[in-house]
Design a protein around this ligand. Structure first.
Ligand code: PEP
Length: 252
């Protein structure tokens, strides 16, 4: 099955509304033809509405960096899936390692978020990955299995449309230490096999697997060439429109 490549720029807590608009306008101008690649940017919540409007007619789609699983209620500081779709979001990051580490998000909570996101037809980008200590201790696959088992709990074949999984080794994020293609092949092939074991073949094969962790224009081509890499999740390099466009073009 052929899967469309997906390139996601995670802008984290960088950018006011006007800065985000400047970035998205520059991207729209530089990206003349994104062809068959899906391009998504994730600005801070405050910029989502204007970013989605600015992205119209560019082919770029907008993602939120987080959401709550409930529809509404007494959850100070949170936003729900319906709020996100209302402002034009089509994707959402779930379980980024910074959410897990700094905000103590647990696999069980991420499972609820995935259920809610997919039920509202948001493309979910579910982030998993091991820490350096886990890799050194030979626990990489144990940790990934736990994240997948709990994160995807009770998601059935008909729920899965719109699910993307991003393998982001924590030790590679923002460090300049990109995982090697051997490491990425080993993990991505293992994730695909895990999905095939737990879903039927066509469903497992419809899920896009992204790699994230110090992706740059110079390494994007070799990363996307890995058999089970269907896209890239880009942090730092997505803040510079020239670098992000160079990554997208390398993939296209
Ligand atoms: C990220 O934040 O998801 C990420 C991969 O960051 P960077 O590209 O800067 O390593």
């Amino acid at each position: 099955m052929s899967r469309r490549n997906l390139i996601v720029g995670n802008w984290k807590m960088h950018g006011t509304v006007s800065e985000s608009l400047k970035r998205i306008t520059a991207l729209g101008r530089k990206l003349e033809d994104i062809g068959t690649t899906d391009v998504v940017v994730a600005p801070p919540h405050t910029a989502l509405y204007s970013a989605a409007i600015a992205a119209q007619d560019t082919g770029i789609k907008v993602a939120a960096q987080n959401m709550h699983w409930e529809a509404d209620g007494a959850y100070t500081g949170e936003v729900s899936a319906t709020f996100l779709t209302e402002v034009g979001c089509e994707f959402v990051l779930i379980g980024h390692s910074e959410r897990r580490k700094l905000f103590h998000e647990k696999d069980e909570q991420l499972n609820k978020k995935l259920h809610a996101a997919l039920a509202h037809e948001l493309g979910a980008i579910f982030c998993i990955g091991e820490t350096n200590a886990e890799r050194e201790a030979g626990q990489t696959f144990e940790r990934l299995k736990e994240q997948l088992k709990i994160g995807l709990h009770e998601l059935h074949i008909h729920d899965i449309e719109g699910l993307n999984i991003a393998y982001e080794p924590v030790w590679a994020i923002g460090t300049g230490n990109t995982a090697t293609t051997e490491q990425i092949n080993e993990v991505h092939n293992w994730i695909r096999a895990y999905l095939e074991k737990n879903f039927d073949g066509p469903t497992a094969n419809s899920i896009r697997l992204l790699y994230g962790g110090s992706v740059k224009p110079e390494n994007a081509k070799s990363l996307i060439a890995c058999e089970n890499v269907d896209g890239l999740l880009v942090g730092g390099a997505s803040l510079d429109p020239d670098d992000f466009v160079a990554i997208i073009e390398a993939v296209a």
